[in-house]
Design a protein around this ligand. Structure first.
Ligand code: F3S
Length: 385
């Protein structure tokens, strides 16, 4: 790949997004998705290897999403997939990527501040960056985020325009949200109804912590196209933003419609391999601690539990001794990888998860059957048998 020609191609990609004057806006951070070999295959691998050899370098701090392998635990994965995932990561590092391998880069590897202009792919991270931190990024695709990382700017479109963050539709939820799954389902249903419009969310009885909102935003990013949700009493600047006139009231019936699409009854635990999967988006050290505490009175789980997290969160939890104790109870903790994990693809296990996003993709892409249960429900049902 010729360095100059490649740069020109990337420029054309961004140009196509915003024709006319004032096309671009400078960015200070990028985050890339589409780096799992299971998603991009050989064509993507070759493209990134060519790019890695071109001599081009990222202009801004650039982190990368998880792949499909944890290199400390590769026995269940196809050796070819393991090797090809390694080559993808090596190529991205050649261009200057930080080997973050996480979908929560905002926590350790690519921290943000309010009003920072960035170009991030990975919908859950985009929604978090805009709605919780107050940064500004469109929901970039893998290619546009890559182009922006190389050029140092992005198209001045969508959220970067004047009024680009204006909410267009108000959702009001009057009922109780009992756990993180309810929050995820609410986000999912809102995404279906909002389409590409930015919503403003008013909860009559908010009880959830930041971790519940993380699930809400990931659920929203799964079904909706908008890059942010204004959350009353949470999103920076929510009190100053003009509230939309168009209002939709949501209730538990709407949530249950979402549950029917993504969840079915789990088979008895001795009749089929059941795996509880959590960490979509990746679990923070705080969430790992919550899981650890939920398991306090459990000797050993009766089904496998898999936690997905980042390297940094893994290290922090390891140093606190939490991972050793989780392991004794039958919990495996993976880093660098996504819930779209290499061995889950071929196993045909029934997956129980507290993540609406994980249920959506495991059903859609891996054709697995899924059941939604919160961490607490899972431990109550499968702890101590
Ligand atoms: Fe992260 Fe993979 Fe879920 S990238 S948000 S764990 S689908």
């Amino acid at each position: 790949m010729n360095k100059r020609v490649t740069k020109r191609i990337f420029k054309k990609i961004l140009e196509a997004m915003q024709p006319g004057r004032k096309r671009y806006i400078k960015i200070s951070s990028a985050h890339l998705s589409g780096i799992s070999y299971l998603n991009i295959g050989d064509a993507g691998l070759e493209f990134l290897e060519d790019l890695g050899r071109s001599g081009l370098k990222f202009k801004v701090r650039t982190t990368i999403n998880p792949g499909c392998v944890d290199y400390d635990s590769t026995v269940e994965c196809d050796p070819e997939v393991v090797e090809k995932q390694r080559r993808i990561i090596r190529s991205l590092k050649n261009i200057g990527a930080i080997e973050s391998l996480t979908c929560m880069p905002y926590l350790f590897d690519n921290p943000l501040r309010k009003n920072q202009k960035i170009a991030w792919a990975e919908s859950s991270a985009v929604l978090y960056a805009n709605s919780i931190i107050g940064a500004s990024t469109n929901k970039e695709g893998s290619l546009t985020a890559l182009a922006s990382a190389i050029l140092g700017y992005t198209a001045r479109t969508g959220i970067h325009l004047r009024n680009g963050k204006k909410p267009r539709i108000l959702f009001q939820y009057n009922g109780e949200l009992k756990d993180e799954v309810d929050y995820g389902l609410l986000g999912y249903v809102m995404g279906v109804k909002a389409g590409a419009e930015i919503p403003y969310l008013r909860l009559k009885k908010p009880v959830g912590n930041i971790l519940c909102y993380k699930q809400l935003l990931a659920g929203f990013g799964t079904s909706g196209a908008a890059p942010m949700v204004w959350i009353e009493n949470l999103t920076p600047g929510f009190s100053r933003v003009k509230k939309p006139v168009r209002k939709i009231i949501l209730d538990r019936t709407t949530l249950e419609e979402g549950r029917r699409i993504l969840s079915e009854e789990a088979p008895p635990f001795h009749s089929k391999r059941l795996v509880f999967v959590t960490g979509c988006p990746h679990m923070s050290p705080e969430e790992i601690k919550i899981f650890h505490e939920t398991l306090r009175s459990v000797d050993r789980l009766s089904v496998e539990a898999w936690v997905f997290t980042s390297r940094s969160a893994y290290l922090e939890s390891f140093q606190k001794g939490l991972l050793a104790e989780l392991s004794e109870k039958g919990v495996r903790v993976f880093k660098d990888s996504c819930v779209m994990y290499c061995s889950l693809k071929k196993d045909g296990a029934h997956v129980i998860t507290n993540s609406v996003k994980a249920a959506y993709y495991l059903r859609g892409s891996f054709r697995l059957k899924t059941t939604l249960k919160s961490l607490k429900e899972f431990v109550e049902e499968y702890g101590g048998r």
